[in-house]
Write a protein that binds this ligand. Structure first.
Ligand code: FES
Length: 143
């Protein structure tokens, strides 16, 4: 049987994490190809349904990466995103799924190295957790 390769979705803010990911590439820093970046104008645009739909459609883990607290270009979108991530984590706990599958991180545009490290650590954590049991096609989702 092939080794489990997690699918990670990262909702990355245009102003910080997306640019940091770009910088990681420019610096030739490696991070797992498992990380699928979705650029958003602000993490405040990431709603709970987007995170849950990502998990339903195949993600094993979801990272929401926004600006540093106090640096959101839309005032408090990152704080709203943080609250939504906490809400989703509670939902996952309620249905018996590891809440660690969803995480919010904050960074600046210049933190390419941090982006690569966070992406690598998160992917490894999801690899340890194993496949997301609620994604479509899994046995638990079918039950
Ligand atoms: Fe980056 Fe809002 S603009 S999180």
């Amino acid at each position: 049987m092939a080794a489990f390769e997690p699918i990670v979705v990262a909702f990355a803010c245009h102003y910080c994490a997306y640019t940091a990911a770009d910088m990681a590439g420019t610096m030739r820093l490696e991070y797992p190809a498992n990380v699928n970046i979705i650029k958003v104008p602000c993490t405040g645009k990431v709603d709970t349904i987007h995170i849950m739909r990502a998990l339903q459609k195949g993600a094993d883990g979801v990272l929401v990466a926004g600006c540093l607290v106090g640096d959101c270009h839309f005032k408090n979108g990152n704080v709203q995103a943080n609250n939504r991530v906490t809400y989703v984590q509670e939902l996952l706990k309620d249905i018996g799924i590891e809440s660690e599958r969803v995480e919010m991180v904050h960074m600046s545009a210049g933190q390419g190295r941090q982006f690569a490290e966070i992406a690598t650590e998160f992917t490894e954590k999801i690899r340890q957790l194993g496949p997301n049991p609620i994604k479509e096609g899994s046995k638990k989702a079918a039950a």
